[in-house]
Write a protein of this length. Sequence first.
Length: 306
Amino acid sequence: MKTPDEHSDPGSAVGPASSGPRPPIAPHCSETVVNPERRGTRSVALQNVPAETSELWQRLFPPESDVLEGRAPDPAGIQLGHFVIEERIGMGGMGAVFRALDTRLQRYVALKVLSPFQARDPAAVQRFVNEGRAAARLDHDNIARVYHIGEEHGLNFIAFEFITGTNVRDLIRQRGRLEPAEAVNYTLQIASALRHTSAAGVIHRDIKPSNIIITPSGRAKLVDLGLARKIDSQSAPDLTVAGTTLGTFDYISPEQAKDPRNVDVRSDIYSLGCTLYHMLTGEPPYPEGTVLQKLLSHQGGEPPDP
């Protein structure tokens, strides 16, 4: 799930970063990162479902303005499958994450629910299901585990391991930068996680500070496999839509910007290196410029001098 500050205005993506011919960039990278609800989509969707379902959807997915102003309805008590929601953790353009109780095993989970307004697009549903399947292949102490995938009341959801802690992006905001030993420690832990994902044939494709949570005990946990892809000959083609990019511009590898369908673990390692740079310096490798300028910098710009 993406946070608003991680998105860039596509209208500003103009102007070369340097003179000379530009390397090729995949078309999706020149578009906006978020795929927000289209005007009218919400009202149309709500009109076409039973009143009880409509009320439930609105409790789980109120307008963003209501959430920001503290007027959003409380989702506590809503049950999806054997999970009872207790509180909303966060929302994004594609869905929301809730803290929920697994009534069978009596443990908390992070319940990721696809927005029903986005679920009108079959490709969005398939991407969401692919995320759960990719994550379910993984079993590593530095990766958030998947416990369950389900659908109820027209809502698709994934139950992840609930992780208490702070993501690296917020740690950097609080402290400016991390101590070298601390940054290296977290990087090595995530590198171990990437060794596991690679062995399982899964590429994360969105390694960045906000997708690494540090627990109170100091364990680094890799989360959000929303862009993950299983690499094998039987894999379905990537599902991309206008307005979506596979990766985050500040950390995206050159090859992923050119063709997100043709990457391997080396792309994740590049993004992890950019994340380490951010931890050590307090900013990503190429913090200035438009989206297009950042992409060009990653593909052949002067290496940053911290």
